[in-house]
Design a protein around this ligand. Structure first.
Ligand code: ADP
Length: 764
């Protein structure tokens, strides 16, 4: 009897081991055995391309295919720089910026002769399946290669460069395109691989510039990349709290200078110490004339007499280690692309991210739609281009416009004005301050008065509440933590009287709760007590903010992206500390009983094993993993990484697992444990969390103004916002585990983690 069978009998474990899941996955596709697939990166490099390459290689190998890497982009096809890839060859590349395969602009590939060489080399290697990660140009080139394939085969055979048999063995080429670009300019994908990292770089830079600009009361004009797409400009302006943004999609109509300077002057009059204008490099006026950073600077000087400075961010935006999102996006799309390339023979497809899910569509249609947008910009067709960019870009732009227009109104308070209180519930989450800032300003713009409750629900019962002004939230965009203060405790029945009095005394007629589980519980309790305490019979809305990402109805709560990036940065450093040692790290992350941070953190850092409460830990699993790791180290492995959610199992603690692995490794490796702790809660909010905070705050403000609004919470699924009545909170939750019943990421990303895990570790 196999050892594992004996073990499961002793331990009474019937659950499928992960190795079995993986073997089953491989067995189901035996026909792919002899297939050969190649992957290349082309055009401008972008962070996250390596994750895509790694995923194509590992998924392809996992499906039994032979995988090749093409170096130096499409030029590598022309010059025959095509090499077999192994599992290990793509180890340790997730955290690297740029592309390990190299990229190039290839003039030769633009010619039929260049592409004929590409066909020759591919067929000589027995490859007829290609995954291309690149921008619009690269994908167009790949599509043309597909169209010309047979003609080139014919001519290569007639010229005696290929045999008839080898041509017949590869009658067609299969192409899968992935969006690799920092501009986020590909239609058919909500995000391109690299755009989130570029946004990180831009926002980091603007944060730095803001602090110096504020010290000197200066104006700064910042030029960001984006010839045809204003995504980076709009998203960075929104995330950093910049005051004005100029993008190619909205050609500037006459008078734009005056409109801009008037808005900036209003901001200064309201007390702002610095003004930031973000200009996309492709910005232009309605006559098609470029609007450069220098022109904007001159305008500020002329019209406002401001001491304005220009910063052109340039290639900094392309560089650096990929963000957690780009690593996961590259991995996700790369894996789906490899499967599509092996299963959809002869087709040309594009894999994008739509509403958080991978979506496959014909390559020609993705390219056509993207080119239609660029064409629209050239024609100055603003309405068409903004709509065609897809939901998310358009929506971000709308919110940005609202916020830019929002300004402190003198005596705007009138008979329809409401007195809205903002409160936090639960632990701090990065991005909370941004949500408060946006809510305060949007509410004030509409003539309402806003009050901040200090110290969460404990503060409410103690009457700690004060009015917030336009400038009291100034500079909050980039602040981590929670300026209003939080408290972990939920509202208890004994506190209800005092809490109700506080609301009554301050004549509060609407409540915005920005926070996590305890905040939701508190609002739920208030809703249920509204009959006894009429002060609670007011519109109340919960905005999901928790690093644990454990709130029902919302795929992303504010703070989770920042926490994930904090984990990724910390684990990158931890891994680098072990260059010479043979070591396994056991890293414990937060999340309470929700495994989101552990699973996504594991995917983004290349962990071999992830332990979550949702999947459980068994003695059998631990032994399997230990033996897999030991086998890996026997074959030359140097580093192992295991990520464990803090509540994955009551008995198999991080200490227990570390001791077990250390003792049983019998000297093959040593074990170090690392408990990441509160660094996960305290980060500077990422651009995604800031933008999400603003967009969610805008939704909540709308709801609070609605006729008949009651107690509710905000949901966000597949890019759509939705309001749920508060009584759905318990129905949609697993209350004993403080997590939602539906965890959209669980199964899909579990499978992906398995595909990326080393076969030796899995014992397969
Ligand atoms: P990106 O892929 O980032 O849009 P480019 O537009 O520079 O970058 O394209 C990258 C490469 O793709 C080019 O250097 C060229 O080799 C190839 N390419 C682009 N457009 C075409 C085309 N119309 N026909 C053939 N190859 C093309």
């Amino acid at each position: 009897m196999a050892i594992s069978n004996i073990r499961s009998q002793i331990l009474g474990i019937s659950e499928l081991s992960e190795a079995t899941v993986r073997r089953r996955h491989c067995v189901s596709l035996p026909e792919t055995q002899a297939m050969r697939i190649a992957v290349l990166t082309s055009g401008g490099d972008s962070p996250g391309m390596n994750a895509a390459v790694r995923a194509v290689v590992r998924t392809g190998l996992g499906l039994g295919a032979e995988v090749f890497g093409v170096y130096e982009g499409l030029q590598g096809l022309v010059n025959d720089i095509i090499k077999p890839m192994t599992w290990e060859a793509v180890g340790g590349i997730l955290q690297k910026g740029g592309t390990v395969l190299g990229t190039a602009r290839s003039k030769e590939f633009r010619t039929p002769e260049g592409r004929r060489k590409a066909v020759l080399h591919l067929v000589q290697h027995g490859i007829d399946r290609l995954v291309v990660v690149g921008g619009d140009g690269s994908l167009t080139g790949a599509l043309i290669l597909h169209q010309e394939w047979q003609a080139h085969l014919k001519s290569l055979v007639s010229d005696g460069l290929l045999t008839q048999e080898s041509a017949e063995a590869h009658p067609q080429v299969t192409i899968v395109g992935l969006p690799g670009s920092i501009d986020n300019d590909q239609v058919g994908s909500d995000a391109t691989i690299g755009s989130d990292t570029a946004l990180h770089r831009v926002v980091e830079a603007i944060d730095c510039i803001f602090s110096t600009a504020a010290s000197h009361q200066r104006s700064f004009v910042i030029e960001v990349m984006g010839r045809n797409c204003g995504y980076l400009a709009v998203a960075s302006a929104l995330a950093s709290g910049a005051e004005w943004v100029l993008i190619p999609e909205c050609p500037l109509s006459p008078g734009w200078q005056q409109r801009m300077t008037k808005a900036l002057a209003r901001g200064r009059a309201a007390g702002r110490r610095a003004s930031i204008v973000v200009v996309a490099e492709g910005a232009r006026d309605s006559d098609g004339k470029p609007v450069t950073a220098a022109l904007v600077r001159q305008t500020l000087e002329d019209e406002l007499g401001e001491d304005a400075r220009v910063t052109i961010l340039g290639h900094v935006q392309r560089g650096g280690s990929p963000s957690a999102f780009d690593r996961i996006l590259g991995t996700h799309l790369g894996s789906v692309a490899a499967e599509a390339a092996l299963q959809r023979s002869g087709e040309t497809n594009f894999v994008g991210l739509v509403g958080g899910r991978a979506k496959i569509e014909p390559l020609a249609s993705a390219i056509e739609r993207t080119q239609a947008v660029s064409g629209g910009i050239a024609l100055g067709n603003e309405v068409a281009t903004m709509k065609m960019r897809g939901g998310s870009f358009h929506k971000i732009f709308q919110v940005m416009e609202t916020l830019v227009k929002a300004s402190p109104k003198v005596s705007a308070v009138g008979e329809h004005s409401k007195r809205i209180a903002v409160i936090h519930g639960g632990s701090p989450a990065p991005g909370m301050n941004m949500a408060v800032r946006a809510a305060v300003r949007l509410l004030m713009e509409r003539g309402h008065e806003v009050f901040g409750v200090k110290g969460g629900f404990r503060g409410l019962k103690q009457g700690e509440i004060e009015q917030l002004g336009w400038m009291s939230v100034s500079g909050w965009s980039s602040l981590g933590g929670a300026e209003l203060g939080c408290h972990r405790d939920a509202l208890q029945s004994r506190d209800l009287y005092q809490a109700a009095r506080c609301l009554e005394e301050n004549k509060i007629d609407g409540l915005l709760m920005i926070g996590g589980w305890r905040g939701y519980e508190s609002v739920h309790t208030m809703m249920e007590s509204a009959q006894d305490f009429p002060a609670f019979d007011i519109p109340m809305i919960c905005l999901p903010a928790s690093i644990d990402n454990n709130l029902p109805g919302s795929e992303f709560s504010i703070g989770a992206d920042t926490a994930l990036n904090s984990i990724v940065e910390a684990v990158d450093k931890i891994k680098r500390s072990a260059v010479a040692a043979r070591r396994v790290f056991i890293v414990q992350v937060m999340g309470y009983q929700c495994g989101y941070l552990a699973l996504m953190g594991g995917l983004a850092t290349g962990a071999e094993r992830v332990y979550l409460h949702e999947f459980g830990i068994t003695a059998q699993k631990l032994l399997d993993d230990l033996h897999g790791l030991a086998e890996g180290f026997d074959r030359g492995k140097h580093l192992g990484l295991v990520i464990r959610n803090e509540k994955a199992n009551h008995f198999y603690t991080t200490d227990f697992i570390s001791d077990l692995f250390e003792e049983e490794s019998r000297g093959r490796f040593d074990v170090r444990k690392s408990i990441l702790g509160h660094l996960q809660q305290g980060g500077t909010p990422t651009p995604f969390d800031r933008i999400q905070a603003v967009r969610m705050a805008a939704q909540c403000v709308d709801y609070l103004e609605e006729e008949g609004a009651e107690a509710a919470f905000l949901g966000f699924e597949q890019n759509e916002y939705r309001i749920y009545p508060m009584d759905q909170f318990h129905r949609m939750s697993e209350r004993e585990h403080l997590r939602p019943k539906k965890q959209w990421w669980l199964e899909a990303y579990r499978q992906l983690t398995l595909k990326m895990s080393s076969p030796t570790v899995l014992g397969g």
